[in-house]
Design a protein around this ligand. Sequence first.
Ligand code: NDP
Ligand code: 8X3
Length: 268
Amino acid sequence: MESRLKDQWVLITGASSGFGAAAARAFGAEGSRLLLGARRVERLEEVAAEARQAGAADAQFHSLDVSSTDSAEEFVAWAKERIYAHSPGLGRLHVLVNNAGGALGLDPIAQGKDADWETMLQTNVLGILRMTRAALPLMLGQPGGAIINIGSIAGREVYEGGTVYCAAKAGELQITRGLRLELLGTGLRVCTIDPGMAETEFSIVRFKGDSARARKVYEGVHPLTAEDVAETIVWVANRPPHVCIDELIIKCAAQAAVQKVHRQGAQR
Ligand code: NDP
Ligand code: 8X3
């Protein structure tokens, strides 16, 4: 059966690594048309080539910083141009994946850094709002489209040192729920996918380039991979138009809760 996502336009933020890059390849395998954004454009170029190789009908990329309203709006204007160039007047964005984000540091609030807090709230919370506001006009009038926000189990549970990241992802969860209420009747589906620990560049970014510390997070565990999460993103987007997966939690089998992880060799 031909994929419902074939030839459909899919916009992915944070497509230069991790879930976003894997999602680009996975939507590519469905024959979708991709619009990829992130700050590291040279990485986007590689991901776009991989997506085309996987079968994407089109894969284009453009610089995007979701922490800037100007950048978000400029990116969506570029996306609109790309879509209209392909099908003048008719083009529609089918899927928006608000994935860009991450954590910075594990400081308790007493030692928290303004710059870390601001970046986490800018990307994980305001970034979703900006991108959604800008992209909605390209999606309305097209029942069956989907806005898929990437949250986290951290939005549902809190842990010491992760409070601001958890607050940001809790914000993402409520934004998703509120947007679903606001868009009722449009036929657009609004979903959140909330992963647990997954080995991507997430921990390297959190620990500001300290790869050894990042590796320790996954020691003795078979964590989720970017591909596991990407498969889920595509599955959610590919449900029939009358089906909305409101909220989906995905964790590796070794993780029962944010801080309850079974590590090989550890006593139960
Ligand atoms: P990665 O660090 O591998 O990917 C993060 C992506 O976000 C990169 O493409 C990065 O691109 C992009 N990004 C970061 N800041 C910005 C910005 N200001 N503007 C545009 N793009 C930005 O991590 P993951 O793939 O793991 O993370 C993806 C999402 O999943 C995040 O929202 C994260 O919070 C969430 N998540 C991750 C989990 C994990 O354990 N890995 C678990 C649960 C949720 P660039 O730097 O080029 O701009
Ligand atoms: C990433 C998962 O547990 O590191 O969102 O916060 S966690």
